[in-house]
Design a protein around this ligand. Structure first.
Ligand code: BG6
Length: 502
């Protein structure tokens, strides 16, 4: 970017002073993601002035003990530690026991802090707690007057809800209903950290700020769309959550569905949250009912023992906390169709799995082959079709592959890539996904969050699939095992390794 470009100028919008209240302050999410994200915003001078961060959990801690605990848990390699004391001064702690009494106490405490710090009664409540507590906290915030934007609290009140948002359609509807008893939709921010990834956002810009791709972005030119989120990591210590969730709830209902709708949506009339969300919801409504009782469009797998980076790793059933003989899938491949004019009969292959050979997240637009194979006589049938890859991990990049003539006297074709690699062109520090969503919530911008109808549509599509998969007979017949460190079950390995090919 040339110096003096408008993108180089500091953002004109600085969020208003506020208090960020984190429930679940002694948990993993707080120390691994939220505090490092807020600290990085502090280092970049992007936090509002003043800002107060209040940790809430059951254990009794003083402000100082809380600060020390967070400092000790900062991820290795955290930069700018000399600035930690400045940041730590904005950290406070208030114990809560998730009952009315302790929330009234919290309300009084926040009132005093507002007064002392000048944060104007603006508050964000971040629910970094197990999902069972979401409705409990929403009720208590309502009953103690903390959700109100007038009355007890004078500024704005916003609530951030982490995933999983429900475990199926009825539970998502019930959770939305509880939230709406106390918060208006504009006060609710449902996080999907994939939406805050730079290349994911760039998908929209790439599609709608360039005129050459959109005419090709349809069933006439595209053979299939592949979306893959492969992970090298296994379950770790998350059995309590994952045994119930499995890969479909953990990755498909949220992250992969978002990548799908961003790839497939129509151009919105305006680039604002409402118009973008409307178009996204339309795609979800157009998903063809899955209804594949034979299971031919859904492949489920679970990793067995194997090797990652040459080291032996245990199988899923041997991970701590996993039920004996568990049939929870850790891998899935789904073939979806979108019933509209643009996408009729173009397959969308969605793949995600744990303990695959490497971490790789990308969207593949596979174009159709040339209609007339001019070079068939010389080359046989081997001309590869064009492919566009939007890569999120390991590199943020966009790649277009096309055929070229190999230099020399004979006609020989070779596929070449035209590459745009983010970090080679943009030197400025990119924001971590969590930092981005927290900042947007402070600014009241909903673009990178799920709206109620979107989340319900996504569950409406997936719930029958989940019900089908949870039938014991289906799982017994369809769950395939794969050694850790391979590209999933044998049957789907060719297509998955093609999608992941470097
Ligand atoms: C989380 C899932 O939402 O996303 C995890 O719960 C998964 O199981 C993670 O590992 C992947 O996120 P990322 O940003 O590392 O691709």
């Amino acid at each position: 970017m040339k110096p003096g470009h408008p993108c180089d100028l500091p953002s004109a919008v600085t969020p208003a002073p506020c208090t960020i209240v984190i429930f679940g302050a002694s948990g993993d999410l707080t120390s691994r993601k939220l505090i490092p994200a807020l600290f990085s915003l502090h280092l970049q001078g992007k936090l509002p002035e003043p800002v107060t961060i209040v940790g809430c959990a059951r254990s009794p801690l003083s402000d100082n003990q809380f600060r020390e605990q967070l400092f000790a848990r900062l991820p290795p390699g955290t930069k700018g530690l000399e600035k930690w004391p400045d940041f730590a001064a904005s950290l406070h702690y208030q114990p809560v026991t998730y009952d009315r009494q302790s929330f009234l106490k919290l309300a009084a405490y926040l009132g005093e802090l507002d007064h002392a710090q000048g944060t104007g009664g603006n508050r964000i409540f971040d629910l970094a707690v197990p999902p069972g507590l979401y409705p409990v906290i929403a009720e208590l915030l309502g009953e103690s007057g903390l959700s109100r934007e007038t009355g007890l609290a004078e500024g704005w009140a916003r609530i951030i809800v982490e995933k999983p948002f429900g475990r199926d359609l009825p539970t998502a509807i019930a959770l939305n209903a509880v939230l709406h008893e106390h918060f208006r939709e504009e006060q609710i921010f449902r996080i999907d950290h994939y939406l805050a990834k730079e290349t994911v956002q760039n998908t929209l810009i790439f599609r709608f700020a360039n005129s050459i791709f959109e005419p090709l972005w349809n069933r006439h030119h595209i053979e299939y769309v592949g979306i893959i989120a492969a992970e090298e990591l296994g379950l770790g210590s998350r059995a309590g959550y994952y045994e119930d969730a499995g890969v479909l709830r953990d990755m498909f209902q949220n992250h992969l569905m978002q990548l799908l709708v961003l790839t497939a949506m129509e151009p919105p009339a305006r680039f604002d949250s409402q118009s973008v969300q409307d178009e996204k919801t339309k795609v979800m409504r157009s998903l063809r009912d899955f209804g594949a009782k034979d299971g031919s469009r859904l492949h489920l797998g679970q990793y067995g023992p194997g090797h990652i980076n040459g080291l032996p790793v245990p199988g899923y059933r041997d991970e701590p906390g996993v039920r004996q003989g568990s049939t929870t899938p850790t891998f899935a491949l789904m073939e979806l169709f979108i019933d509209n004019w643009r996408w009729q009969d173009v397959p969308f292959y969605l793949v995600s799995g744990k303990r695959l050979p490497r971490k790789q997240t990308r969207i593949i637009i596979q174009f159709r082959e040339v209609p007339h194979r001019l070079f068939r006589d010389v080359l046989g049938d081997t001309i590869g079709a064009n492919r566009l890859t939007i890569e999120t991990f390991p590199e943020e990049a966009i790649r277009l592959s096309f055929q070229t003539k190999n230099p020399g006297t004979s006609i020989c074709l070779r596929a070449m890539d035209m590459d745009f690699v983010y970090h080679e062109h943009y030197q400025s520090a990119t924001l971590d996904a969590y930092a981005r969503v927290l900042l947007d919530c402070m600014a009241g911008d909903h673009m990178l969050f799920w709206r109620q109808d979107g989340i319900e549509q996504s569950w409406a599509f997936l719930t029958p699939v989940l019900e089908l998969c949870e039938e014991c007979r289906f799982r017994e017949q369809h769950l395939q095992f794969y050694p850790a460190g391979t590209w999933g079950p044998e049957q789907t390995r060719p297509i998955v390794s093609r999608m992941a090919a470097e």
